[in-house]
Design a protein around this ligand. Structure first.
Ligand SMILES: O=c1ccn([C@@H]2O[C@H](COP(=O)(O)OP(=O)(O)O)[C@@H](O)[C@H]2O)c(=O)[nH]1
Ligand SMILES: O=C(O)[C@@H](COP(=O)(O)O)O[C@H]1O[C@H](CO)[C@@H](O)[C@H](O)[C@H]1O
Length: 344
């Protein structure tokens, strides 16, 4: 599959351009070419657009099974739409599981009504007290599902369709060397009253990319390293540790690279991703979790645990001054699920 005009000998830029990449906004006038290793990987392991149909992939399954997992913490407003979108992939999907991360709203009820199986954290691993954070939810999904391939899709997406599953499992069913597939997309930024065509993926741009550039430059070709839509072989995920909070995605990416090499990773264009965009304060906590994980994977002491992140809020009414808000950032991860299951 021609990966959309990118080739290994053009410095990684479309159309043979190399050296300076001119952009209408002039923001990239100082761009340089991709390192050859990254350009080569990008050309080999990027599928844009996705070339497969659901029917072709059903044929390609050859007995392999697919579990789709939606991590959900109070997503009653969107979970049913995401479940329906995933189920529209038909026979490509063998089970749809919503992992209840501790919901106190109608997420579970609406997920069941839409056709998903709902599993609470304590049900997935009875007797093992759940820990907070997204990573714990994804880790426990390995015990709650049975598919040979596991697809993670956030439950807060809107305007999503079955192509999210088709795209993500495509390389896993057709390229034997690929073990982890990340989705990528244009990321609009939807705030309370406005929607911008791009601007989403704020922690990706401000934290993840600069960290990868310094500590794992081989992964710099991954368009959306933090994206919550990705798929992997169970036998890979079961051998990996899971970071506890929002560091789970970048940890899985770095650990897959360390364990299986760059060509075990692929990425597919999924079009546009719209989700609930959290405020900057929440993203500050997320960035802190991601920073800690990347430093840990890079062998750099991430500092004390837990760390107290001091942020500031403006008092009411406006003009009445600012006050500190301290958020304790502590997400304890888990070891490989393979070890947990064999020790139970
Ligand atoms: O402790 C958590 C945090 C998040 N999530 C779920 O993980 C997905 C991604 O989380 P979030 O939307 O907060 O991340 P963002 O997309 O804003 O970076 C969503 O479906 C959340 O409901 C979860 O199950 N438990
Ligand atoms: O990519 C990002 O920068 C963050 C925040 O996205 P937005 O700025 O709210 O679009 O979103 C991702 O990061 C989380 C941590 O990896 C993932 O868990 C989320 O699924 C993903 O949306």
């Amino acid at each position: 599959m021609d990966a959309g005009g990118w080739s290994e000998d053009t410095g990684g830029l479309p159309g043979g351009a190399s050296g300076v990449f001119k952009d209408a906004s002039g923001l990239f006038e100082d761009a340089v070419g991709l390192p050859a290793e990254v350009a080569g990987w990008f050309a080999r392991r990027t599928w844009q657009p996705v070339p497969w149909s659901a029917a072709e992939l059903v044929e390609a399954k050859r007995g392999r099974t697919v579990s789709v997992v939606l991590p959900a913490l109070n997503e009653e407003g969107t979970v049913a739409g995401v479940v329906s979108a995933v189920r529209a992939a038909g026979e490509l999907v063998d089970e749809v599981v919503v992992m209840d991360g501790g919901c106190t709203d109608r997420t579970a009820e609406r997920a069941v009504a839409a056709g998903a199986r709902v599993v609470r954290l304590d049900e997935a691993l009875p007797g093992l007290a759940p820990r907070p954070g997204k990573g714990e939810v994804l880790w426990r999904s390995l015990a709650a599902t049975r598919g040979d391939l596991i697809v993670f899709v956030d439950a807060d997406l809107v305007e999503v369709g079955p192509e999210v599953v088709v795209g993500l499992v495509g390389p896993l069913l057709t390229e034997p060397g690929v073990q982890l597939v990340k989705g990528f997309y244009r990321r609009p930024l939807r705030m309370a009253t406005t929607e911008h065509r791009s601007g989403g993926g704020r922690v990706t741009e401000l934290m993840a990319r600069p960290l990868l550039a310094r500590f794992a430059p081989q992964l710099s070709g991954v368009v959306q390293p933090l994206g919550g839509e990705y798929a992997a072989r169970r036998d890979l995920l079961a051998r990996l540790p899971f970071a506890g909070g929002y560091g789970v995605e970048i940890a899985l990416l770095m650990d897959t690279f360390r364990l299986a090499g760059l060509d075990a990773i692929g990425q597919v264009d999924l079009g546009v991703r719209k989700h609930r965009n959290r405020d900057l304060a929440d993203l500050g906590v997320m960035a802190s979790e991601i920073l800690a994980v990347v430093l840990d994977r890079a062998g750099v002491d991430p500092g004390p645990r837990p760390v107290d992140l001091v942020q500031f809020a403006e008092g009411e009414p406006a003009g009445s001054g600012w006050f500190p808000v301290v958020r304790r950032v502590e997400r304890t991860g888990r070891g490989p699920m393979r070890d947990t299951l064999t020790s139970r």
